[in-house]
Design a protein around this ligand. Sequence first.
Ligand SMILES: Cc1cc2nc3c(=O)[nH]c(=O)nc-3n(C[C@H](O)[C@H](O)[C@H](O)COP(=O)(O)OP(=O)(O)OC[C@H]3O[C@@H](n4cnc5c(N)ncnc54)[C@H](O)[C@@H]3O)c2cc1C
Length: 607
Amino acid sequence: MAEIETIEHDVLIIGAGGAGLRAAIEASAQGVSVGLVCKSLLGKAHTVMAEGGMAAALANVDERDSWKTHFADTMRGGYYLNNWRMAQLHAQQAPDRVRELEAWGAVFDRTAAGKIMQRNFGGHAHPRLAHVGDRTGLEMIRTLQDHGIHQGIDVHMECTMSSLLKDGDRVCGALAYTRELGKFKLFKAKAIVLATGGIGRAYKITSNSWEYTGDGQTLAYRSGADLIDMEFVQFHPTGMVWPPSVRGILVTEGVRGEGGVLKNKNDERFMFGDIPENYQSSTADNPEEGWRYVTKTDRQARRPPELLTRDHVARCILREVREGRGSPHGGAFLDIAWIKEKIPNAEAHIKKKLPSMYHQFKELAGIDITKEPMEVGPTTHYVMGGIRVDGETQMSTVPGLYAAGECAAGLHGANRLGGNSLSDLVVFGKLAGEHAAKFAKENGEASIDPDQVSTAQAAALGPLDSGRAQVDGGAYQIQYELQELMQDKVGIVRKEEEILSAIDEIEVLKGRAQTVRAPGNRQYNPGWHTALDLQNLLVVSEAVARAAVIRKESRGAHTRDDFPEKEDAFGNVNTVLRQGADGQMEAIQETIPELPDELQEIIDERR
Ligand SMILES: Cc1cc2nc3c(=O)[nH]c(=O)nc-3n(C[C@H](O)[C@H](O)[C@H](O)COP(=O)(O)OP(=O)(O)OC[C@H]3O[C@@H](n4cnc5c(N)ncnc54)[C@H](O)[C@@H]3O)c2cc1C
């Protein structure tokens, strides 16, 4: 322990995206000392990539919107597996969190009347997404950082947490290594908030960056916390498919929100062939946001079918490809250029509302989206499952350990609606920060066990052990094989024998990962970091597969070829994953607490 720098905070926040920053601001406002740690540079968190907007029932564009409708949409989108208390709090508090960001300096797009503009997104009954062109996440991060910087928060950048430490049942600290020099840092804390984001790097095709390796989920799981609903991985319908080097990069739903249509190689709008019977929406035409472009048939459907929920659109694209009607590189065509038939200055309009998309396609694919259609296909985007938290406080099943943002679970059920993540970050980031600070105040110091620190340190140094096997490609090769495996066998459409074979193969990869050597030393060694990240990816991949195999039905983002329908037996259960006494992962199902009557009524009124 002598060579380890020790740092002490009342509340330690791991992750500096929207959730971590908002938690840090709130904890600090409660008067406790706060440390904020991130694996990359401050400002580089995933949140910065968010494009389309944040959902909140401000009712600026359609005055019929309300928290109740937002709540009902979120529950319907999540196929009623959501933590209903979280869905309620989220819908009720999101408008205040948006207004708060505005008060802190966020410059949202405006309506003609000067209110915060809101755009349509899949599954939302009304235009609901507050946005800044297609760079909403950038504005959110900028605003939270600018505000947070004045709150006395200590920031530790390029510092990766590798283990949590416990004193009895409660957490008491964490061990980290610096990415640059590989030095260890020991953080003592009375409460910890995990805000580390998602798991997208477990898959080959993903919109997620290198940081999304399931670290928070794994840290929590290893310290005894429950994970839930890990089978629900969202495959966003529109990622880039060509050229291969950019495959998976997100094409925001904002393109469809602005009137973009999906077509197959026969120039057919194939989404019209698959509109669910119960699909209805009360959305009014909105002259400012593109609704005046819609055709007569669209008007009858009231909303274009391209804005059905993500799971549905992704499956429809996959069907077109499988049945030979896909685009040349295995996707579908997404056309926003067509709006020039309907409005003057369409080119300028597209560049104004979708500037990042315009540049992304121009620079990466040589396509001018104001003139030509884009080629798009499903990409791994978001994980609805994650760390089980209490709906009110965000505390996990381990005392003193909190979680918020994408690494936490509950709000989105079986499928997340677009825009509901950015609002999730600020609503539950705030609550996590508040309750973590409260816990720190109410609970005294915990003590760090030096043996735990030594064990954690030895585990982190394992891949550098010269006695280990040096295999071709090292940890990168194993990660590559894992990504292929998850994509092929636990991807968009799953079946029993493939998932079971994936679980067996993950077991083999786990064995290889535990003995793989990362050449070099602790300084500037990405091979070592990859070997450590890989351990986390294997845990979350196993969790996805084990959850997928016991949910013998198709619901939301989880599609089973062998069980193509929703089954009543699974309609009110969450999948819980935890470490058993023998160290093996256990997957069980638990019944969701019944909805209170007043929330059930809200849903029934809007069915
Ligand atoms: C391209 C793209 C566009 C999107 N657009 C939208 C949108 O328009 N609307 C919407 O609602 N959602 C959108 N999403 C989803 C949304 O952006 C994410 O779900 C959300 O930003 C996650 O925020 P977070 O705070 O949970 O995590 P992040 O913003 O990813 O932050 C995670 C933080 O944890 C740190 N970290 C991770 N592991 C460790 C570790 N071991 N030790 C220390 N630090 C660690 C990282 O360095 C980072 O600081 C989009 C996602 C993508 C990929």
